[in-house]
Design a protein around this ligand. Structure first.
Ligand SMILES: [Zn+2]
Length: 488
């Protein structure tokens, strides 16, 4: 008999230092699809849901599409939004009585009053689903995994890449692993190890040291008989929660082999510890590099205002220095009111950015120039290697070009630079720019590394600062971890 498999998910990376609350509106604005709309919207995309749909078809499942919702990383999910979303997914598990469940999770979601929100969701689905229904879940490499999540699921599969180009592949793998569990009736042994370590996106790219060696060890582990899946969750540093930090999860039929291989991956991470220290350049020096003549853009990377990590994307430290020194290039600033003020005009002069956290991310900066692009409700479809095919809203957008050639892209929605389409869509050819500011940790590499003359990681303040010693952690969990131990 054809197995009926519920496909659903909830995706949010929560920055508990961000004051931007994540409500239902934020999910509706970014990713929200349910029932037949889920299949229509995500089929063929390089996302977990896209991969799960593809994998389900390949193994002959009857897919039962539930709800998938995702919001751009921001502050804690409101209690009512979490209740609504988790409730809908759990209700589907009860109502549909599926034979198996595929869940696309992030793993670093924090809701008001629910610090381990992914675990709470998975537990609720488990409790609502028929007894013993296998649950296979995917998680982001930035998950803060905790024991309750491991307990609630039969098998967890983390992304093996950062930037995350394998979301679709992991979704597909989840369907194949679920098919094996259904075919045999067996449940894999689980091994979960938590490390007292936190790292930051800047040093987590899986194709570069030190993570390349760690992921090579993961591949070696997964080739061992009796070991099915080993994943590294680097954790998401910008959450003041006790279950913060790196984790390694392993699943397979041979508990001894899984335990041994997970331990070897833990060793590889701990051995590389000092290589996870980020290196940053002061703002004045970095903008000075961007001002030097040359071919191709200098990418000024600003991890502290990483939109993909929950920062507002309206930080002005680099903008202020570029304006002061009249450095040409392109910078994207989230500023719905400035975007609205520029729309319908030939010229714009006024304060830009610095609306959310001026003490940390800089005060508004006055920008003056010609409005060279102006369009309401801009959308585009990601065509880079990351989340390929996903629809992205930019909100109302205006581009103000100063007389010294700096394009200030004012957006109504916060935009994660996971591809260069967000610039090309508003009339900017990134390869032709002398400087590009990327408010990103490492994901910018997918968009700009191939065209960059040079990349400089800039030291600014912010809720995603690479130097996490600056963040106001209050919980004991983070303080137990390297590099905070002994610092805070
Ligand atoms: Zn991630």
């Amino acid at each position: 008999m054809t197995a009926r498999v519920l496909i659903a998910g909830l995706w949010h990376e929560t920055n508990t230092f961000s004051p931007i609350a994540t409500d239902l509106k934020a999910f509706r604005a970014y990713q929200w699809a349910e029932g037949t709309d889920l299949a229509t919207r995500y089929a063929g995309t390089n996302t977990e849901i896209g991969g799960m749909l593809k994998g389900a078809a390949a193994v002959g499942f009857q897919a039962v599409p539930g709800l998938f919702a995702g919001a751009i990383p921001s502050g804690p999910v409101t209690a009512s939004a979490f209740e609504t979303l988790a409730g809908r997914i759990a209700d589907a598990a009860r109502r549909e009585r599926p034979d198996g469940i595929l869940l696309a999770l992030h793993g670093a979601m924090v809701a008001e009053g629910v610090p381990e929100a992914d675990a709470a969701l998975a537990r609720r689905v488990r409790d609502c689903a028929p007894a013993d229904v296998p649950i296979v879940a995917t998680y982001d490499l930035h998950a803060n995994i905790s024991q309750p999540l491991v307990d609630a699921c039969d098998l967890l599969i983390g992304y093996d890449t950062f930037p995350h180009t394998d979301m679709g592949a992991r979704g597909e793998e989840a369907a194949a692993r679920l098919a094996a569990l259904l075919a045999t009736g067996n449940r894999p042994a689980k091994v979960f190890r938590k490390l007292a370590m936190i790292t930051v996106p800047q040093t987590q790219a899986t194709a570069e040291p030190p993570m390349a060696a760690v992921m090579a060890r993961v591949a070696q582990a997964e080739a061992v008989d009796g070991v099915d899946v080993v994943s590294v969750a680097q954790g998401f540093a910008y959450a003041d929660v006790d279950h913060l930090g790196i984790a390694v999860t392993g699943f397979g039929s041979d508990p001894k082999a899984v335990t041994r291989e997970v331990a070897a991956v833990v060793d590889a991470i701990e051995t590389a510890r000092e290589q996870f220290q980020p290196v940053l350049v002061p703002v004045m020096e970095a903008v000075g590099v961007a001002a030097e003549p040359g071919t191709g853009p200098v990418v000024l990377v600003e991890p502290a205002d990483n939109v993909g990590g929950g920062a507002p994307g309206d930080g002005t430290a680099i903008l202020a220095e570029m304006v002061r020194r009249r450095v040409p290039g392109t910078i994207v600033i989230w500023d719905p009111s400035a975007a609205a003020g520029a729309r319908g005009r030939k010229r714009f002069a006024g304060p830009v950015g610095g609306r959310t956290l001026p003490d940390l991310h800089g005060a508004p900066v006055t920008v003056e120039g010609t409005v060279v692009f102006d369009e309401p409700a801009v959308r585009y479809v990601r065509d880079g290697a990351y989340m390929t095919g996903q629809q992205v809203p930019m909100g109302d957008v205006a581009v103000v070009r100063t007389d010294f050639g700096l394009n200030v892209v004012l957006t109504g929605e916060r935009v994660m630079p996971f591809d260069d389409t967000h610039l090309r869509r508003v009339g900017i050819d990134p390869a032709g720019e002398p400087a590009l500011v990327a408010k990103s940790g490492s994901a910018w590499k997918i968009a700009f590394q191939a065209i960059a003359r040079r990349a400089v990681v800039v030291d600014t303040g912010g809720v995603c600062a690479s130097l996490i010693e600056r963040l106001p952690y209050t919980r004991s969990g983070p303080r137990r971890c390297w590099p905070l131990n002994g610092v805070c």
